[in-house]
Write a protein that binds this ligand. Structure first.
Ligand SMILES: [Ca+2]
Ligand SMILES: [Ca+2]
Ligand SMILES: [Ca+2]
Length: 275
């Protein structure tokens, strides 16, 4: 989907890419490390959630007795989530080495904004988008899409920690490159056991955006778009529910076009609510 921000972003990228070498929160020269960003570790679903715009049926029985009458309410629990990259504008491949949404961390909050968890360590899995090709290394700036190296998927686990450096490699985030990331949520340090995602809780996705920009790091730090689904279990898309946003960072507003709170797209660091 094209948005009104694309021409603005593209122009911005053209204007600034030569100076800072990035249009997705990165700013470094290639270190030559191999990464084509297209590999799947095979542990993630690639069929989840697309096309859904709200709660699906997906109701599962609690298994008791097996004689519940038809239509009886059943408890559905959600224990995982999925972030689907929606920044699928291939024209930007050559302006960045971190194509797509750059995920730093995923925070679970109470309805009163208290932090109760972050991405569970060891739970991250990644798969490429089934219908849209990712940027290939040769297409990325410097010949390598270095921040979408699948080896970096675990950077999305645990507390927020990404840093954009002025001359050395950036730290602490993983660029989705048109793919989809699954996570469970642990405690405030990202340790287990996995938490259940309850109605009313909030999910805050930390994406490398204008809030990561400093006077010293020379970061372009473009906020990028994505969707968030909650899943009944890791690796399954049955019963997946697409979340709606509640809060976008105001500092990103000039770069997010028509993406606003209340819709299903995140743009940069965004808070979503579990219905
Ligand atoms: Ca990016
Ligand atoms: Ca991180
Ligand atoms: Ca970004």
């Amino acid at each position: 989907m094209l948005t009104t921000r694309k021409p603005i972003l593209f122009t911005l990228c053209l204007l600034t890419g030569g100076l800072f070498g990035a249009c997705g929160g990165t700013n470094n020269n290639s270190d030559g490390s191999a990464s084509d960003g297209s590999a799947s570790d095979g542990s993630a679903t690639d069929g989840g959630g697309t096309g859904s715009d709200g709660a699906k049926d997906g109701v599962t029985r609690d298994g008791s007795a097996g004689d519940a009458p038809a239509g009886d309410a059943a408890k559905v629990t959600f224990t995982a989530l999925m972030i689907v990259d929606k920044d699928i504008d291939m024209v930007t491949c050559g302006t960045t080495n971190g194509p797509g949404a750059d995920i730093d961390a995923v925070e679970l909050r109470t309805s009163l904004n208290a932090t109760i968890g972050f991405g569970l360590k060891g739970s991250a899995s990644y798969a490429t988008e089934p219908t849209v090709a990712p940027c290939k290394d040769a297409m990325c700036k410097g010949g390598v899409c270095k921040y979408s190296n699948i080896a970096f998927k675990a950077r999305t686990e645990g507390p927020k920690n990404a840093v954009v450096n002025p001359t050395t490699d950036d730290e602490g985030y993983f660029s989705l490159n048109n793919g989809r990331l699954q996570l469970q949520i642990g405690d405030a340090l990202g340790d287990g056991p996995a938490k259940t995602l309850e109605s009313g809780m909030q999910i805050k996705v930390w994406e490398v955006d204008q809030t990561y920009k400093t006077a010293a790091n020379g970061c372009i730090c473009v906020p990028e778009e994505y969707e968030v689904y909650i899943l009944t279990a890791p690796g399954t898309s049955v019963g997946a529910v697409k979340l709606k946003s509640t809060t976008l960072e105001s500092v990103n507003s000039g770069m997010c076009g028509g993406t606003v709170a209340g819709g299903t797209l995140g743009c940069g660091t965004t808070v979503f609510v579990i219905p």
